[in-house]
Design a binder for this molecule. Structure first.
Ligand code: RB5
Length: 142
């Protein structure tokens, strides 16, 4: 199960990603927001991060204008490793090296074509399970 959320700046891209997930037959929970009316991104970033942290969802996707506000917020939740990715290399590397469990993107930074490619890479790339990466991830929260 994938948790997805956004603020008003990310609403349009979130709808495109939802359509993409549906076309791929992937299950998701939409934690809002539900329109382009101005709203506060921490509400939605916390909801998605908490859903991933408590095991309701395995991975999360967050979108705001820049991706920065939602990634900062999500990373305050224990157990969350949110990665702000605007390129394919970073999306692959953060799964392999950081075992990132939330993808953050900025809808005012990249277009939908690249964003959907990044989503695919993020969801499909497994963690490397390398000892050094396991050790480093453990050091983040200790
Ligand atoms: C909203 O205007 C904007 O500040 C928000 O979408 C995001 O970019 C914050 O980091």
């Amino acid at each position: 199960m994938i948790a997805i959320g956004c603020d008003h700046g990310g609403y349009g891209l979130k709808q495109e990603i939802i359509k993409h997930l549906q076309e791929k037959g992937l299950e998701f929970k939409d934690y809002g927001c539900y329109s382009e009316e101005s709203c506060d991104y921490p509400i939605y970033a916390k909801a998605v991060a908490e859903a991933v942290a408590d095991g309701t969802c395995e991975q999360g996707i967050l979108i705001c204008g820049t991706g920065i506000g939602v990634s900062i917020t999500a990373n305050k939740v224990p157990g969350i490793r949110a990665a702000l990715c605007h390129d394919c290399f970073s999306a692959q590397a953060t799964r392999e090296h950081n075992d990132a469990n939330v993808l953050a993107m900025g809808a005012r930074v990249i277009g939908p074509g690249l964003a959907l490619k990044i989503v695919d890479i993020f969801l499909e790339t497994p963690f490397s399970n390398d000892e050094r990466h396991i050790r480093r991830i453990g050091m983040i929260e200790s």
